[in-house]
Design a protein around this ligand. Sequence first.
Ligand code: NAD
Ligand code: UDP
Ligand code: UDP
Length: 318
Amino acid sequence: MLVTGGAGFLGSHLCDRLIEQGHDVLCVDNFYTGTKDNVAALFASPYFELVRHDITFPLYIEVDSIYNLACPASPMHYQHDPVQTTKTSVHGAINMLGLAKRVGARILQASTSEVYGDPSVHPQKESYWGNTNPIGPRSCYDEGKRCAETLFFDYHRQHQLSIKVARIFNTYGPRMHPNDGRVVSNFIIQALQNAPITIYGDGSQSRSFCYVDDLVDGLLRMMETGPGLTGPINLGNPHEFTISELARKIIDLTNSNSELSYKPLPSDDPRQRCPDIARARSELGWEPKVDLAEGLATTIAYFEEQLREGRWRSIGGR
Ligand code: NAD
Ligand code: UDP
Ligand code: UDP
């Protein structure tokens, strides 16, 4: 099994699970946002291999299944080099689809709720075509991922490839980057340091947060489905919270003295995001099991340890 982006947050948890299940796993990563630390525990297994490679370049190997997760996911990281972000989504998808075509592998794409842009329907069903800005600062990611979905479905129609497209909604958990600017990691680190909690806008915008173990379970289930199931399928937690509610929860769980500090809302920041997971329920028998307080407690414990050990990661890894 090939996992591109396997040294990243989601990819490393997926590699853990695949090795646990007894698979032979090849992790391919250029360490743009991922690190060897995330998969270091797997080096002990003879069934785990790590290759430094950028998927915008061709890759000739033999595999049965491909999980295509390579792509920076946080706005701060994907906007750092937007041209490379589009190349990773588009050229990377072409290369991985070309590989899947040559070796007859099944291929799963880690797509995103961002394909819905700033949605005008709520919650988002897979049948909704989205409301994206093609020329804004988030477009490299949103439109890159939309084009990757197009490529997946065209390889499916034109070359009969077995494809699986998962639209992942906000996911959190251990191994998120401490400094990637995402709301869960920012709030936890700020709360642990009793620093002001930075709320962008008035905090009334909403998100739904899925714990990483649940998400990985959804990806594994999707890959195991028969060739008739292509997706797209939303994977995320349908329980919706405002950003202000999230801030209060994290302050409570960390017993923090942090105060709230209101900052301008970034441009194109979606007002609401919540998955309709009816399709995942009926076609995968999947739904999230970990509630926010439980998932946050594990994530807080991880960040506490990272802070204690002074482990800060930045773009490009270490
Ligand atoms: P991440 O940044 O931790 O992981 C991405 C990994 O891809 C990193 O290890 C990075 O080094 C690697 N990478 C980036 N460009 C590459 C390239 N050109 N070649 C090889 N490797 C490359 O992010 P994540 O949160 O683990 O996200 C994984 C995937 O899931 C991404 O495709 C992302 O778009 C998608 N996704 C994540 C979320 C979320 O909430 N975490 C939500 C929606 C979609
Ligand atoms: N490719 C790859 N590994 C393979 C086969 C193909 O990386 O094992 C890449 C190669 O760069 C190619 C792309 O995938 O350009 C698309 O392959 P496809 O066969 O669809 O089209 P081609 O461009 O070869 O006609
Ligand atoms: N956000 C915030 N404070 C922060 C970081 C993010 O209020 O320190 C907000 C952000 O504006 C957005 C939401 O939290 O409305 C989720 O942001 P994130 O970057 O985590 O994910 P995305 O926008 O991709 O859903």
